[in-house]
Design a protein around this ligand. Structure first.
Ligand code: AMP
Length: 281
């Protein structure tokens, strides 16, 4: 497995694989890898012949008061995990090569970027769409794999690829969870033991939503209220940022849960903001 920092070097190695007729799979990450990321690398392996994993903490997607400076960075550890999961190349570019002085071009994906996390993290999806568009141009993958954990991000990337005619197939892998149901996230490491103990409340609230809908109670307002009550009870250290009940394709709010509904939520603990979601089919 190769570890590459320079963009020209990446292009050279990927081009060599392409001339051998190998399809290119791509998994973009910010590092601090966990089993969720590794599941995407394995999925990429099943969908393509040569798997590139990028590790880049993208400054453009962090707000001024967010955790860019303290985001965990450990390339050695991450590279070892990538190797164990079967990646062929780790691409870890330097921020100054991705955003050199005098950088001015940004990509905004309208509509899908506005609600849910977009409302509480202004500019976040502009940063995501910009870096993913740039990485797609650098790697030129046939298949790119993203996680359902970031459901809105996956929707934004699909739209981006379609609207800008990137010749790439977007594949979305399922959410990988801890044994107690907490969705794996690099930011879980920030949680204090007391917060960590309360964090499965997000998953419990989503299970409650599923159960309410299954038992015929489909009114979104009521489902949201019950979810908030459960979180208030189980996670008193957390503050609900949003609970969204939206159409899974358009991400537009809906008043009655139907098939293909995304229930998504974000909860702010003092040490980390956590997100999770479930699709009701
Ligand atoms: P990140 O490093 O947090 O930017 O995430 C990189 C990719 O891994 C994104 O496509 C995420 O959606 C995905 N991902 C993160 N956590 C999980 C998880 N628990 N299960 C599946 N995919 C995940």
């Amino acid at each position: 497995m190769r570890i590459v920092k320079s963009i020209p070097q990446l292009r050279k190695l990927v081009a060599a694989q392409r001339t051998k007729g190998r399809s290119i799979g791509f998994v973009p990450t910010m590092g601090a890898l966990h089993e969720g990321h590794l599941s995407l690398i394995r999925l990429a392996q099943r969908k393509s012949k040569y798997v590139v994993v990028s590790i880049f903490v993208n400054p453009a997607q962090f707000g001024p008061k967010e955790d860019l400076a303290k985001y965990p960075r450990d390339l050695k550890r991450d590279a070892a995990l990538c190797r164990s999961a079967g990646a062929d190349l780790v691409f870890a570019p330097r921020a100054r090569d991705v955003y050199p002085d005098n950088y001015h071009t940004y990509v905004t994906v309208g509509q899908l970027s506005e609600g849910l996390c977009g409302a509480s993290r202004p500019g976040h999806f502009k940063g995501v769409a910009t870096v993913v568009a740039k990485l797609f141009n650098m790697v030129q993958p046939d298949v790119a794999v993203f996680g359902q954990k970031d459901a809105q991000q996956a929707a934004v990337i699909r739209q981006l690829a379609r609207d800008l005619d990137f010749p790439v197939r977007i594949v979305v892998g399922p959410i990988v969870r801890e044994r107690d149901g907490l969705a794996m996230s690099s930011r879980n490491a920030y949680l204090t033991p007391a917060e960590r103990a309360q964090a499965p409340a997000l998953h419990h609230a989503l299970n409650l939503a599923k159960w309410l809908v299954r038992s015929g109670r489909r009114e979104s307002g009521m489902v949201k209220r019950e979810m908030m009550r459960m979180i208030a009870r189980e996670a008193p250290l957390g503050e609900v940022d949003y609970v969204g009940i939206v159409n899974n394709r358009t991400l537009e709010p809906i008043t009655k849960v139907t098939s293909d509904t995304l229930v998504a939520l974000a909860v702010k603990f003092p040490s980390a903001r956590l997100i999770d979601n479930v699709v009701i089919r």
